[in-house]
Design a protein around this ligand. Structure first.
Ligand SMILES: Cc1cc2nc3c(=O)[nH]c(=O)nc-3n(C[C@H](O)[C@H](O)[C@H](O)COP(=O)(O)O)c2cc1C
Length: 196
């Protein structure tokens, strides 16, 4: 299995409008693959401006926020690049798309690393942040999972939240749980979510 780094990808369209999305970038040789599912704003933006910034942040609220309609996270311009970084990132890589494996479902964009910078120290692992990340992935796949599987995953992840969350992790968890609760309440209406 390839190594995957869960990051927040910033991209821009031709007009310079910024888009933010959680994307797992896939290690390949000295670079990274960005593989957005069709349709997506990240994919559209990469076809217009073939650069992205991979933001490495430990703020779980940004992952949860992007999946729950809270996409307005502050960004900071980068000298010499069209795409900004997140303000709340510990480090970032500027990625340039060098080739594309086109695909009807999930085109793979091979990127080289053009620049990298660190902004703040990594301050250690936290189980609640990891639990939020797992719940964010679960929320992006709600339509594909049976309710029993969703309940079982949440029961397990809740342990880490109850034992180790700070206020930010709790807030991020609550945003995502609102989505889960809505989904389970409407579970009788199939086909509302197709993201694998
Ligand atoms: C941790 C994490 C990793 C994700 N990785 C991917 C990915 O590799 N490709 C993708 O298309 N969506 C991925 N998603 C889902 C996207 O963030 C989400 O569907 C988003 O809306 C992408 O569409 P957009 O570019 O239009 O915003 C991921 C979500 C999470 C929480």
């Amino acid at each position: 299995m390839p190594y995957i780094r869960e990051s927040i990808i910033t991209t821009v369209d031709k007009a310079g409008r910024v888009h933010i999305a959680p994307i797992g970038i896939i290690a390949k040789d000295d670079g990274w693959i960005i593989a957005p599912f069709r349709p997506s704003a990240t994919l559209d933006n990469l076809s217009q401006v073939p650069f992205a910034v991979a933001n490495y942040t430990d703020d779980a609220r940004i992952f949860a926020g992007c999946l729950t309609g809270r996409k307005d996270w502050p960004t900071v311009p980068l000298d010499g690049f069209a795409v900004p970084r997140l303000e709340a990132t510990l480090a970032h890589s500027v990625l340039e798309v060098v080739s594309i494996d086109d695909d009807a479902v999930r085109p793979r964009h091979f990127c080289r690393v053009v620049a990298e910078e660190t902004h703040a120290p990594f301050t250690g692992f936290n189980r609640a942040k990891a639990a939020v990340l797992e719940l964010a992935i679960l929320v992006s796949r709600l339509g594909m999972l049976p309710p029993e599987k969703i309940d079982a995953e949440i029961a397990y992840l809740t342990i880490a939240i109850d034992k180790t969350a700070g206020p930010h992790e709790q807030e991020a968890w609550d945003w995502l749980m609102e989505r889960v609760t809505d989904h389970l309440a409407n579970a009788a209406a199939p086909g509302t979510e197709v993201r694998p």
